[in-house]
Design a protein. Structure first.
Length: 306
């Protein structure tokens, strides 16, 4: 780790971020009747889980985890989820939209707005309603994407799960307002003030296990929907598509057919940190679902997306 990184990621700096996030998590547990921790199996979820464990140590996390499963995640994500949930000893709810409208979408549509709505957004809203969750803790960070930057830490959602960026509560001096109108819910973002490099520095400091896809190795790829997707059970080459064999890794994880790899030789966390600090674009550039328009993420959030 170079000198700049050593200074930036001193123990005190990470401890300040950790303390703020733990405070937010404890406030959530105190303010809401039935909160839940959203678990996507990615690096931010792994950090959120560790923070929740620390927030209530030596007791157990007093609320369950919720994984919204589209059925098209990377196989490594499913393997890691099942292994790590057992190791962590937490209560995990896996929810999938089994309605006919959702089941008609396959991997070929994974990058479309309709797929996202039925497989992810509606699935989340239905799960929150089914289990009566009034607050959902997520791993979004403000520096990920411009619409994320508009988020409050305690972000109000309407009865229909919609987000209105113009109708949010002020958050002055780290005071969070957890009051809800009837049938409203709240999304909570303890990692709001973290960056991608902060996440990796904390993973290194805490020795947190993550899905191996984050580390570089040789993979077979094809370019589709402007991202490099890996050949697997969901992605098969079509006529005219060139198979590229390259050393690469993933900066973000989602559905295999819509999540692209980045060409990279970073095989450990120090190398990933160096790479992230020099990156010119957000990790979201490898998500085909964000490429439908300049305001794609904001529109999805207004519909109830994570």
């Amino acid at each position: 780790m170079n000198r700049y990184m050593e200074e930036r990621y001193s123990l005190n700096y990470l401890k300040q971020l950790e303390a703020e996030s733990i405070y937010i998590i404890r406030e959530t547990a105190a303010e809401f009747k039935n909160p839940v921790l959203l678990y996507s199996v990615g690096k931010d979820s792994s950090v959120n889980l560790r923070l929740c464990q620390k927030a209530f140590y030596p007791g157990k996390i007093p609320f369950p985890l919720l994984h919204i499963d589209t059925g098209y995640k990377f196989k490594e994500m499913y393997e890691f989820r099942d292994y790590y949930m057992k190791k962590a000893g937490v209560n995990l709810i896996v929810y999938k939209n089994e309605e006919p409208e959702a089941q008609k979408f396959g991997p070929e549509q994974a990058h479309t707005d309709q797929y996202i709505y039925y497989k992810k957004t509606k699935a989340l809203l239905d799960a929150l309603k089914k289990y009566g969750f009034d607050a959902a803790i997520g791993g979004a960070r403000r520096e990920e994407e411009k619409s994320r930057a508009k988020e409050r830490i305690f972000s109000v959602r309407t009865e229909l799960g919609a987000w209105d960026p113009k109708n949010q509560k002020p958050e002055l001096w780290h005071l969070y307002n957890g009051k809800l109108q009837e049938k409203e819910t709240m999304r909570i973002f303890p990692l709001s003030n973290w960056t991608e490099s902060d996440i990796w520095a904390y993973i290194k400091e805490e020795n947190i296990e993550v899905v191996p896809l984050y580390f570089a190795q040789k993979r077979q790829l094809i370019k589709r929907n402007n991202v490099l997707v890996r050949l697997d059970e969901f992605n098969h080459p079509k006529e005219g598509e060139e198979i590229i064999e390259a050393v690469c890794r993933y900066r973000t994880l989602g559905c295999s057919p819509s999540t692209g790899a980045v060409l990279s030789s970073a095989q450990n966390i120090d190398e990933i940190l160096e790479e992230v600090l020099n990156a010119k674009k957000s990790e979201r550039e490898t998500r085909a679902i964000d490429g439908t328009s300049e305001t794609a993420m904001e529109q999805k959030k207004k519909e109830g997306y994570f």
